[in-house]
Design a protein around this ligand. Structure first.
Ligand SMILES: *Cc1c(COP(=O)(O)O)cnc(C)c1O
Length: 373
């Protein structure tokens, strides 16, 4: 295949040693957030930056989104929220998806964190601790977190509780938003609407990244995208409407010109024969390049797709570079593992997982290089 050349060395000047280079385009994240916000009739869009911004660095991403106009941020844990408060200052709302835990009450208070209350017990604890601002989450069909129908009835029976809480949003979460034809989408939407009709008036929020693309019926008063901000495709099977955010490159350490038949890597899982060439690059499963990509993943270099050949090791991966002219790839060159020619979603498909897991595993050992301006 013929493709554009890989980026030139100048753009990678920060890469000084052999560790894999993870480039994160902060401008693209901001552009993705704006694109998603535009889909909402009243331009109300939050950002989900849990798990350290899907592994890409919440402390760097949050201020960029704030500059773009984002005022509402979701993380999973109170500790994650507390780490973001000094970064975001007082002007931002920080919501904690995993609920309220009495043991962490001081963290909530000190950092002005707002819990997403998922059970009646959490609501009771939160009120007992003097809490007011919150989101209440209803399970409309995912069976993961949120009040079930019996707990919803219990909440509706407690007029005193409802009077003491300041409900910023009624919330639910979609189980199958990335599969638009799945009947559970419409079912959850119907259940959520029926709930809202019974509950006291307050804004509502339902849609994650893929949910946004199910259409305005799913938008309510706030969008809650995560994955699409980071360049993941929220509409699997269709062209990705998001801008690419991540580039992952690994440095070639050695080229093997194969003269006689032999095997490559641990377990001798792949044979090679005379005339083939193998490049060994400095990335492995310890960097988040998942072992399930063994004999399944592929990189890209100068117009060529390079299949992963043999098992992925902790720190090293071997690629078949036979299709490249001799001398076209040498030690010191960098193979693209995620980028303009290999998407996060393609890597995930080859690894038998989803792009969310690929992103959140990209290791601390990678050099993180942030692009902005
Ligand atoms: C993670 C999460 C999101 C964001 O989902 P994406 O698919 O990454 O857009 C939204 N809402 C809840 C409750 C979540 O847990």
């Amino acid at each position: 295949m013929t493709c554009d050349d890989t980026p030139n060395d100048e753009q990678h000047g920060e890469l000084r040693d052999g560790c894999p280079a993870l480039e994160i385009d902060l401008d693209a994240i901001a552009a993705n957030w704006r694109l998603l916000r535009e889909k909402h009739a009243r331009k109300h869009c939050a950002a989900v930056i849990k798990a350290d911004g899907y592994g890409l660095g919440a402390a760097r991403i949050a201020p960029v989104l704030q500059d773009a106009g984002c005022r509402e941020f979701f993380v999973a844990h109170a500790e994650e929220g507390a780490a973001l408060r000094p970064v975001l200052g007082d002007g931002a709302r920080i919501f904690i998806l995993n609920g309220f835990n009495v043991a962490a009450r001081d963290i909530y208070a000190e950092s002005s964190l707002i819990p997403v209350l998922n059970t009646i017990a959490e609501i009771a604890d939160f009120i007992a601790c003097g809490g007011r601002d919150c989101i209440v989450h209803f399970d409309t069909g995912m069976t993961r977190l949120g009040l079930d129908p019996a707990q919803t009835d219990a909440l509706l029976a407690r007029k005193d509780w409802l009077g003491r809480l300041n409900i910023l949003y009624w919330m639910s979460h979609l189980a199958c938003a990335d599969t638009p034809d799945h009947p559970l989408n419409a079912k959850q939407l119907g259940t959520f609407r029926a709930l809202l009709a019974r509950l006291p008036e307050a804004p509502a929020t339902l849609a994650n990244s893929s949910g946004i693309f199910l259409g305005p019926d799913y938008h309510f008063d706030l969008l809650r995208p995560g994955y699409a901000l980071y360049g993941g495709n929220p509409v699997p099977g269709q062209d990705n409407p998001m801008r690419r955010v991540v580039d992952l490159q690994a440095r070639v350490l050695q080229i093997h010109d194969i003269d006689t038949a032999k095997t490559v890597g641990y377990g001798a899982t792949r044979g090679v024969s005379g005339g083939q060439r193998i490049a060994t690059a400095a990335i492995g499963y310890a960097d988040g390049y998942m072992r399930s990509l063994s004999n399944a993943g592929y990189g890209y270099f100068k117009g060529n797709i390079l299949p992963v050949t043999g098992r992925i090791s902790m720190d090293l991966t071997t690629f078949d570079v036979t299709d490249l002219p001799e001398g076209a790839i040498v030690p010191g060159d960098r193979i693209e593992l995620i980028g303009a020619h290999v998407s996060v979603d393609q890597v995930a498909a080859a690894a038998g997982t989803i792009g969310y897991e690929i992103l959140t595993r990209l290791g601390k050992r990678c050099h993180r290089i942030y692009r902005q301006g």
